[in-house]
Design a protein. Sequence first.
Length: 497
Amino acid sequence: MKVQPPPANRAHEETLDPRDWADARALAHRAVDDSIAYLRDIRDRPVWRDMPREVRSSFETPLPRLSMPLSDVYREVAETVMPYPMGNIHPRFWAWYMGSSNFTGALADFLAAVQGSNLGGGDHAAAKVDEQVVNWCKEMIGFPRSASGTLVSGGSMANTVALIVARNVKAGIDVRELGVAAIEKPLRFYGSDQIHSCHRKAIEAMGLGNGALQRIATGSDLRIDLNALGASIAQDRMAGFQPACVIGNAGTVNTGAIDDLQALADLAKKENLWFHVDGCIGALIAIAPKNAHRVRGLEHADSVALDPHKWLHAPFEVGCVLVRDAAAHLASFSVAQEYLEKTTRGIASAEWLYEYGLQTSRGFRALKVWMALKEHGVEKFGRLIDQNIAQGHYLDGLIALEPLLESVAPATINIVCFRYRPPGLDEVALKRLNVEIMIRLQEDGIAAVSDTTVRGKHCLRVAINNHRTRRSDLSLLVREVVRLGREIGIRDEAESN
Ligand SMILES: *Cc1c(COP(=O)(O)O)cnc(C)c1O
């Protein structure tokens, strides 16, 4: 009996493509027009605003089961999402440590999604763009072309990938096969007491335990104390540990302190340690002509984590890890997969990019970096970094001129720590007052700053990683902090009477 082919014409087959391409085009044009206005008028809107109850409850509706016109979905986005941003693209957002995004990057994210390529690898143009961006990152920080690297979600993953390679190289056994329990002498990693929390997460996830990360004291400049580091390494060797890796900070998240990277490179060499630099804030200072000297020594690292979504202002997310010894990098992550065998021709004929990290599928995050670098040129990005650092010093100067403000950690780069300090208040009262100032600045939509504690002193922290900030924004901040400080102080006094 002959088998009949199934009837193709009567099957009802669906697709996600628009029913009407003309409608789709009109809506996309409107979204672009709205986006241009959104960015153009950013200064006229509050940095942040609280979401009304109706908006919050609009995010609690159940799973949509049936269809709805895209124009209605877009209207909802325009009404409930776009007006309530975190605020980091605003010229007066200086909280934590973010980038402020850029239009070209947004366009690139759209185009990348339109092409939809998977950067797990393969022979296609997106993979070439990805490789080129990694090569440009090497070039920006003075790493050799022979180094390897990969784009990841951000600095945390970049640091994690690097520390995994460091562990595997220094373990003395095949950790991938045998696991950390088989390591003879427990490994020790070193970083300053200002190190970013992602290192702790990485060390824990690597199975070494938080105790394997030694926090070394810092001097009054909040840079790692090299004598204390040397002593700790010697002590650990005597106690039967295996010193494996020293992590240098090119810009700490607390105050922007930059460890003496040249000295750390020398020490790592002498002690036979892996030298990793967390450059999520400051590695890119290497492209800033007036400040590049601050990160000298970076180019000697075995691995570097850097963050294009910070000082290159790429829209979230994109981080980058570079490893000097490409073979060691590959040896930490490569796996032979039957279903991903390389061919001599065709899509599978190129290198698999997923063999340099933990992800298999990878987004086309390279395009937003690539397009912005082509459009502006690296020199402009370097000047913007210099500009933010000069603004940090400018703000320091304003604080010095204002008797009611106290500098807590003067800016070395673009992070300024200070507090409102009227006479006669103890530390607890000062903290309460400054937290209230910080929240009022946010709630009134004036500015977003965050807070921290430096050497036991609570303070406001201003991280100027923002290409839209002008000096006038910083003088406004100083005026508003003093105004709010007075206002809250008077209210508190009235309440306590
Ligand atoms: C931001 C930051 C990180 C983490 O990077 P993400 O991109 O947020 O994952 C790590 N180290 C330092 C010094 C940072 O500033």
